[in-house]
Design a protein around this ligand. Structure first.
Ligand code: SF4
Length: 402
């Protein structure tokens, strides 16, 4: 094997069968300072943060994820992702409750639906997660005791999707949808799959990272039954790629579930090209496509976790030419207040005169690209134009298909 994926040793004695039971991992989740003290030697500052953090953002982790983090090193990357910190309560450069503008009226057609981009909707089925990541961008919803949506919210969301025939993708997010039981997951996936115009279902989850035992044979059968279902997971650091996580990812892919990863750049945690390449190459080896590398959103209490855009661009530039396109995640800044995704890439163009552009490649090769003078429309395009126009109007157009 090209890479070594170490097995996680439980920090406190536990029956091996229980350890590999995702439901046990959820039930035994660490929530209080006392729970965390069993797994960590808490610093004074961490102890104080527990009392303060209850008002800002709850603390919680699985025994598995806690065992991945260092017992006594407060700078350990996993520990910084899961442990509340006094820095969360300091005034910062920019702190927003809803950085993605998901609560804005025009983007929230139903209480559990976000319709920001025309062709896809975000379906917030639960606010619960098994780990509350300190950088979470959805603190306005996650861990707010709303749990699984009510039957009227569910009907409202399904009705909206049914009546908007331009919606091609439904993205289940939260909270973490994989904290739900198999029965509920099957129900929501099946109900959405029955809507004829929905082509793709996406499930966004941190469970393969924080509780990989959640990826059971029964779960992948549910995904397969409702295909095409894409799983977007969220590994931020190569230390998170344990033997258990590798088994979970391989199970998904072996059962035909396309699996991609999105990560967040975090200051002092993973903001280095050596770490990004290590994570990306290991993921790709496990047949998981590194998809997005996000600039951390200016969510409440995250200033100490955010790095600069300049730093992130430098990282991307360093990776260019050394990491294959398959392994390279796209660097994205989510424009605050719901401006949408902006992809930033290193600028290789050095000059432009009319239709002639000069470039300097990643290793210094310089050359010109001359554009043809006349650009023509592709032959046979007309049959695709209507489909394209409909997609662009998807957010506003409403059809009565049921
Ligand atoms: S799993 Fe996702 S939604 Fe839940 S706390 Fe972490 S980042 Fe937020």
């Amino acid at each position: 094997m090209a890479f070594n994926f170490p097995t996680v040793t439980p920090r406190v004695p536990v029956d091996p069968q229980q350890w590999m039971d995702w439901f046990w991992q959820m039930r035994k989740g660490l929530k209080t300072k006392e729970d965390f003290s069993e797994y960590f030697k808490l610093s004074l500052s961490e102890e104080m943060a527990f009392t303060q953090s209850q008002n800002l953002f709850r603390s919680q982790t699985t025994p598995y994820y806690a065992s991945l983090a260092s017992y006594d090193n407060v700078n350990d990357p996993i520990r910084r992702i899961l442990m509340p910190s006094g820095d969360e309560f300091k005034d910062g450069e920019q702190q927003m409750l809803d950085p993605l503008g998901e609560r804005q009226q025009g983007n929230r057609p139903a209480s559990r639906l976000v319709h920001r981009y025309s062709d896809r909707v975000l379906f917030l089925v639960t606010d619960l997660c098994s780990v509350y990541c300190r950088y979470c961008t959805r603190k306005h919803f996650t861990a707010t005791d709303q749990a699984f949506l009510s039957s009227s919210e569910y009907t409202e969301a399904l009705q909206y999707i049914r009546s908007h025939s331009g919606v091609r993708e439904v993205i289940f997010s939260g909270g973490d949808p994989l904290t739900l039981s198999d029965g509920l997951i099957d129900r929501v996936l099946s109900d959405v799959r029955q809507i004829p115009h929905v082509e793709i279902i996406r499930v966004h989850s941190r469970m393969p990272v924080v509780s990989p035992m959640r990826i059971t044979d029964d779960l992948v059968k549910i995904f397969k039954k409702n295909k095409p279902v894409f799983l977007i997971t969220h590994f931020n650091h190569p230390q998170e790629l344990s033997a258990e996580a590798a088994v979970a990812l391989e199970k998904l892919v072996d059962h035909g579930v396309p699996t991609l990863n999105q990560m967040v750049l975090l200051n002092g945690i993973n903001n280095h090209p050596a770490l990004i390449q290590a994570l990306s190459r290991r993921l790709l080896y496990l047949r998981v496509k590194p998809y997005y590398m996000f600039q951390c959103d200016p969510s409440l209490g995250t200033d100490h976790l955010r790095t600069s855009i300049e730093d992130s661009l430098e990282i991307q530039k360093e990776l260019w030419g050394h990491l294959s396109g398959l392994a390279m995640p796209t660097y994205i800044v989510d424009i605050p207040s719901g401006g949408g995704k902006a992809a930033l890439t290193p600028d290789f163009q050095t000059e432009q005169k009319g239709t002639v552009r000069k470039f300097k490649g990643w290793d210094g090769v310089e050359a010109e690209y001359k554009s043809p003078v006349k650009v023509i429309k592709p032959h046979g395009i007309d049959s695709y134009i209507e489909e394209w126009e409909q997609l662009k109007r998807a957010k506003v157009s409403s059809t009565a298909s049921t």
